[in-house]
Design a binder for this molecule. Structure first.
Ligand code: EPZ
Length: 421
């Protein structure tokens, strides 16, 4: 397994270009199952999770072509409807295949996505909504077996605003008979991006980006061209890194309107944050003020940036309180940050961080995607030698070419090939 080795103490300076959003690309690729014909998707990031969903869809009969960040997706001839355990277990977002397969083929067999490091990650709200649309769903031998001759429009209320749940049901509803209303829907930017793609295919959707989405079923869809929004979590990760290293970085190709909560919090730390149309400039403060964080659904502070911001607070002045309200176990990075000298106390879904003067380098282990990003950031400022971040296959799921992007900003960082397991 590869590791990343970082020598801390080098302020980041320069320009970094943000890749397309993983969490927009995954539903967009899944949506190509809804109709035959060559879709062209642009801004697709080169990530492990993208390779995973492509592998699963190829087993269903989808054909992929393309180079760089352009992906041509053709699901003319679907020959299967099963997403196998050995691939689904590596990426929970495979559940996004359920809605489109049911809509297109009337059947789907998807391995139940297990939990992951950050929580149980149930999909009860996805299944409940599909049943209300007339799907017959039963779980056996670790698989979701779903059938529906023709999905019907329904009035769906999500107990919790689930991002992939909203995406899954939106895709199931676009060719259902009648109208589907999603209430308490998630309104993350990735939802709006998917709705824009579905409308480009001929779907009839109103209200995406709000908590009530209305989908009027249509008879036919057509292939489309769509450009994925930039990755707000990658952009936020670089913004935090700039503040942490007392750097001076221009994060280009991002959407400032997707990062309002983080910009506000970074300004409170004393960082200088300037937003332009499609870029954000961050100049780190000499001394970092501590700031409290409560994660919330969009437009609140993103749970996917909590671990990275905690790395920043480990060397801030004073105390900061973190409240993680979205997932039940999203402090796994804390024990690894402690190995670097961080002073953090956990109490349920709250973590109290006492800022230290410095972190000290050490070998640490990544446990999930955003925890690994947090450890990379901490390594950028840890003193007294090199910090090694192990098990960085977690990182490769969601960050494209991250060590080269950091190196181009002046970080002393390299990837070392490790023994394959
Ligand atoms: C999406 O996960 C993202 N993944 C996550 O990003 C992100 O952290 C999360 O949304 C929250 O913003 C993708 O888009 C592929 P949820 P998702 O359903 O859809 C509960 C990353 O790092 N819930 O919005 O799985 C759930 O347990 C990943 O890129 C149910 O109870 O998250 C959680 O507490 C990590 N029943 C809350 O809702 C359900 O049926 C929000 O989860 C569904 C969800």
């Amino acid at each position: 397994m590869d590791k990343i080795v970082i020598e801390g103490g080098h302020p980041l300076k320069g320009v970094v270009k943000v890749s397309g959003a993983k969490n927009a690309a995954l539903p967009a690729i899944a949506a190509c199952l809804l109709t035959g014909g060559p879709h062209t998707l642009r801004g697709i990031p080169l990530l492990r999770d993208i390779r995973t969903i492509k592998s699963i869809m190829e087993k269903l009969g989808t054909v992929f072509k393309g180079s760089g960040d352009v992906l041509e997706v053709n699901s003319d001839n679907l020959t299967a409807h099963e997403a196998p355990y050995e691939l689904v277990k590596t990426m929970r977002a495979s559940i996004l295949l359920l809605g489109p397969l049911l809509a297109r083929l009337g059947q789907a067999k998807i391995s139940l996505p297990g939990g992951c490091a950050i929580g149980a990650r149930p999909i009860n709200l996805h299944l409940k909504a599909l049943v209300s649309m007339g799907a017959d769903i039963h779980l056996e031998h670790g698989y979701i077996n779903a059938e529906a001759k023709k999905l019907k429009g329904a009035d769906v209320f999500f107990d919790i605003p689930t991002v992939t749940g909203t995406e899954n049901i939106m895709m199931a509803a676009v060719t259902a008979q009648g109208t589907t209303t999603l209430r308490n829907a998630a309104n993350e930017p990735e939802i709006k991006d998917l709705a824009q793609m579905l409308c480009a295919m001929g779907a009839d959707i109103e209200g995406a980006g709000t908590d009530t989405i209305v989908i009027h079923g249509v008879d036919n869809l057509a292939p489309c061209e769509h450009t994925i929004i930039p990755d707000r979590i990658e952009a936020g990760t670089f913004m935090i890194a700039a503040a942490l290293t007392r750097g001076d970085v221009d994060i280009q190709g991002c959407r400032p309107d997707h990062l309002m909560a983080l910009m506000e919090k970074l300004q409170q730390t004393g960082a200088e944050v300037t937003k332009m149309d499609e870029s954000i400039h961050v100049k780190g403060p000499e001394s970092i003020e501590s700031v409290d964080i409560k994660t919330m659904p969009f437009p609140g502070f993103a749970t996917d940036l909590q671990a990275q911001f905690m790395a920043l607070m480990t060397v801030a002045k004073g105390w900061s309180m973190f409240r993680e309200t979205v997932f039940e176990n999203r402090f796994i990075h804390v024990s690894e940050l402690r190995r670097l000298g961080a002073d953090i106390e956990i109490n349920g879904n709250q973590a109290l961080v006492k800022g230290r003067e410095k972190l000290l380098s050490a070998p640490v282990m990544a446990t999930d995607l955003r925890a690994s990003a947090s450890l990379i950031l901490a390594g950028l400022v840890a003193e007294g030698g090199a910090t090694e971040v192990h098990r960085i296959y977690h990182l490769d799921r969601g960050y494209e070419d991250i060590e080269n992007k950091f190196r181009a900003l002046g970080a002393k960082i390299r990837r070392e090939k490790g023994p394959s397991v």
